[in-house]
Design a binder for this molecule. Structure first.
Ligand SMILES: CC(=O)N[C@H]1[C@@H](OP(=O)(O)OP(=O)(O)OC[C@H]2O[C@@H](n3ccc(=O)[nH]c3=O)[C@H](O)[C@@H]2O)O[C@H](CO)[C@@H](O)[C@@H]1O
Ligand SMILES: C=C(OP(=O)(O)O)C(=O)O
Length: 428
């Protein structure tokens, strides 16, 4: 198993190309199931999750062809997906357990093929992560759902799904995406209230519209969908990854650096940028992207995660690493996932002073961190350890980096190019 070795203490400066967004790509890929036309997705990041999703779709009868792959650091990979027919409606445990987002084939399969059997994703390191809201929303469109032997078995009525009203009791990104992809092929009108407003949902909506769907309220918490009998193929470019961009912004902050995040979009990153500015960084919108640079010492701040447009849970761990070196005490509150502080004991081993009480973490800034072998159990926690390693004195080894490969494209290449001393080693 690979490990990442970082010798810290170098100031980062230069340009980091921001890849297509993992969380947008994982919602766009299943759109291929909604049409017998060709869907071409460009700016698709090279990530383990994207590959896994491709394999999942192949098993359902979707052909996937990579086009325009340029072997350069600035990613521009396109994939053409074609589901002439749905060959299978089964999403097996072996793939779903690797990638929770596999549940996003449920809505499209039901809508197009009238049935689906998808392994229950189960919990994961950051929390319990139930799928009850996905299932209730699909039931509101007429689906009959049974849980048996670890699988969700869903069947549409004989005439297909019908439009319905869905009011989510809490905001769920995945459940909003699933019901949206079902509603675009349901008969009649659907209303989705308290929909998630994450930019990745708007990206999904825009792709569906390009495929012939009719959706009003894009970017708001009330989506109105007029179902269509069929959708057609389209070409769509995946939005830039705001979480990857935010992570590299923290790399600039923690190393006292100056990075141009090429392709990053300020309009998707309001709360992240406010957090960076609150921590004492300078953020400048430039033609090519966002420049983030240090402007004096890092400052403590208080952050609470919540659904978009508030501060994203997917940035909490990276900010915590950066704030571990800020002047003063920061208070971070995690309101989305019940177990998203697994980086804390590892950061503490590197010299951070962090105390967790329930959902709140008190981060008392320290003068410096010290390199150590560390291990994390999820994607963003792993990134927080990489960030800590970039600033730490001496060598940090990050183990179990398969988590990083799920969500950060060419991490070592991108960081080396801006001055980090980082390498991947094959024996971790
Ligand atoms: C692939 C993808 O896009 N993943 C993102 C997506 O995950 P995901 O879509 O899984 O997250 P949700 O927005 O659904 O989860 C939000 C909260 O709702 C709860 N919940 C969710 C569904 C449900 O049926 N029942 C229920 O109780 C969850 O346990 C969690 O506490 O949004 C999260 C919150 O922004 C991000 O951290 C993930 O990176
Ligand atoms: C939690 C995340 O992803 P997923 O929902 O795919 O586990 C993430 O991207 O931080």
């Amino acid at each position: 198993m690979d490990r990442i070795i970082i010798r810290g203490g170098r100031r980062l400066s230069g340009t980091v190309p921001i890849s297509g967004a993992k969380n947008a790509a994982l919602a766009l890929l299943p759109c291929a199931l909604l049409t017998d036309g060709m869907l071409t997705l460009s700016n698709l990041p090279r990530l383990a999750d994207v590959d896994s999703f491709g394999h999942l779709l192949n098993g359902l009868g979707v052909s996937t062809t990579i086009a325009g792959a340029r072997q350069t650091i600035s990613n521009d990979r396109a994939m053409t997906l074609h589901a002439g027919e749905i060959a299978s409606t089964l999403a097996p445990y072996d793939i779903v357990r690797k990638m929770r987002a596999s549940i996003l084939v449920l809505g499209p399969l039901l809508a197009r093929a009238g049935e689906a059997s998808v392994s229950m994703p189960g919990g994961c390191a950051i929390g319990n992560r139930p799928i009850d809201l996905h299932l209730k929303a699909l039931e509101a469109l007429g689906a009959r759902i049974d849980l048996a032997a670890g699988y969700v078995k869903a069947i549409a009525p004989s005439g297909g799904l019908t439009g319905g009203r869905v009011t989510f009791p809490i905001v769920s990104v995945g459940a909003t995406e699933n019901v949206l992809m079902a509603a675009v092929l349901a008969k009649g009108e659907s209303v989705i209230e308290n929909a998630a407003r994450e930019p990745e949902i708007a990206d999904l909506c825009r792709c569906l519209v390009a495929m012939g769907a009719e959706i009003e309220g894009i970017g708001t918490d009330r989506l109105l969908v007029q179902g269509k009998p069929a959708l057609h193929g389209a070409d769509y470019r995946v939005m830039p990854d705001r979480i990857e961009a935010g992570s590299y912004a923290c790399a600039a902050g923690i190393t006292g650096g100056d990075l141009l995040l090429e392709g990053a979009r300020a309009e998707d990153m309001g709360a992240i940028l406010s957090g960076l500015i609150g921590a004492g960084l300078e953020v400048i919108e430039e033609e090519e992207g966002l420049r983030v640079r240090t402007n004096g010492p890092l400052r403590a701040l208080s952050l609470s995660t919540a659904p978009y447009p508030a501060f994203p849970t997917d940035m909490q761990a990276q900010f915590m690493a950066m704030l571990a070196l800020a002047e003063g005490t920061s208070v971070l509150t995690e309101t989305i996932f019940e177990n998203r502080y697994m980086h804390v004991p590892e950061l503490t081993r590197m010299g951070a002073d962090i105390e967790v009480h329930g959902r709140t973490a008190m981060v008392r800034g320290v003068k410096g961190l010290v390199g150590a072998p560390v291990m994390a159990t999820d994607l963003r926690a792993s990134m927080s350890l990489v960030l800590a390693g970039l600033a730490a004195e001496g060598e940090t080894q990050v183990l179990r980096i398969y988590h990083l490969d799920r969500g950060y494209e060419r991490l070592e290449d991108k960081l080396s190019a801006v001055g980090a001393d980082i390498e991947r080693d094959g024996d971790g």
